[in-house]
Design a protein around this ligand. Structure first.
Ligand code: ADP
Length: 249
C-alpha cells in the first residue's frame, strides 16, 4: 500500500477500566519523522495511550495504524517487529551487566534470539563493534565496561536510549525520559533524544515543558482521557483551556 504521512495514527481510540474511560475517542496523528509530545496532568491518560500503542493494553474502542497499517489486532512483539518500540527501563537483571553487555543483548534480540551469533568469533566481534558504536553515540564509550548499576541517573537513561536504538525502531516511544533528573543531566539527554530522532519518529511523554518546547514539533494535550488541544508549542501553550488544565497555577 501507499506510505502514510503519519507514522502513528489512532482513530477513536478508547480504553475503559470497569466503565471508567481512561482514554476516550483519541484521534492522534504523529507525522512521520517528527518528534511529537503527549502532555497533560496526572491521570490524563498518557500512560494508557502508550500502553495501547504498544499493545500492552487491548483497546476498548478504535483503531491504531502504524505507517498506515492497521495494528489493532497485533501483539506487542508483532508491533515491535514492525518498528514501534518503547524505551525500556534497564531492569534489575540487566543492571548487573556492563553497558556494552546491555547493548549487545539488545542487538542480539534484534537479530532474533542470538544463538547463531555465538557460532563464530567474527560475529561476536562484529556485535561488540556495533555495540561500541551505539555507546559512542550516546556518550557512554568510556564506561562500556562499567556495570549499569554504577551509572549516574542521566547515564542510565542514556544507556536505555542506546539499547532502544539497538533495535533500530522506526517509531520510538519515550516515557518521561527526564523524570527525576537534575538540571545537569536534562540538557545532554535532550540533545541525545534530538540526535536519536534523526531518521525516525519519536513520541514522547514529558513533563518538563522546556524539554517539550525545544524538542517537539507538535504537541497533543490530553485531559481526562480526551484530547484537549493539539498544535505547536506556541499554539498549545497559549490556549486558554490548556493553560487552566495544565500550565496554569
Ligand atoms: P497519566 O499517564 O496521564 O498520568 P494514566 O494513563 O496512567 O494517566 O491514567 C489515566 C486514568 O486511568 C487515571 O485516572 C488512572 O487512575 C486510570 N487507570 C489507569 N490504569 C488503570 C487500570 N489498570 N485500572 C483502573 N484504572 C486505571
Amino acid at each position: 500500500g501507499s506510505k502514510s504521512d503519519f507514522a502513528v495514527e489512532t482513530r477513536g481510540l478508547g480504553k475503559s477500566f470497569g466503565g471508567f474511560d481512561a482514554v476516550r475517542d483519541v484521534n492522534l496523528k504523529v507525522r512521520r519523522g517528527s518528534v511529537h509530545a503527549l502532555i497533560g496532568p496526572n491521570g490524563a491518560g498518557k500512560t494508557t495511550c502508550f500502553n495501547l500503542l504498544t499493545k500492552t493494553l487491548i483497546p476498548t474502542t478504535g483503531r491504531i495504524l502504524l505507517h498506515g497499517k492497521d495494528i489493532s489486532s497485533l501483539r506487542t512483539s508483532d508491533v515491535a517487529q514492525l518498528g514501534l518500540v518503547r524505551s525500556f527501563q534497564i531492569s534489575a537483571t540487566f543492571l548487573h551487566l556492563t553497558c556494552l553487555e546491555n547493548v549487545r543483548v539488545a542487538l542480539q534480540a534484534k537479530n532474533g534470539g542470538g544463538y547463531r551469533f555465538w557460532r563464530s568469533l567474527r560475529a561476536i566481534s562484529g556485535l561488540n563493534a556495533r555495540a561500541m558504536e551505539l555507546l559512542e553515540r550516546v556518550g557512554l564509550a568510556d564506561v562500556a565496561d562499567v556495570r549499569a548499576t554504577e551509572l549516574s541517573y542521566g547515564k542510565k537513561r542514556a544507556l536505555e536510549i542506546a539499547t532502544t536504538l539497538a533495535l533500530d525502531p522506526s517509531v520510538m516511544l519515550l516515557d518521561e525520559p527526564t523524570a527525576g533528573m537534575g538540571h545537569e543531566d536534562i540538557e545532554p539527554v535532550t540533545e541525545l533524544i534530538r540526535e536519536a530522532a534523526v531518521g525516525r519518529t519519536v513520541l514522547i511523554v514529558e513533563h518538563n515543558l522546556s524539554v517539550v518546547s525545544s524538542l517537539c514539533e507538535r504537541i497533543t494535550v490530553l485531559n481526562h482521557g480526551e484530547v484537549l488541544n493539539e498544535g505547536s508549542y506556541a499554539e498549545v501553550s497559549s490556549n486558554a483551556d490548556v493553560v487552566s488544565a495544565y500550565m496554569g497555577g
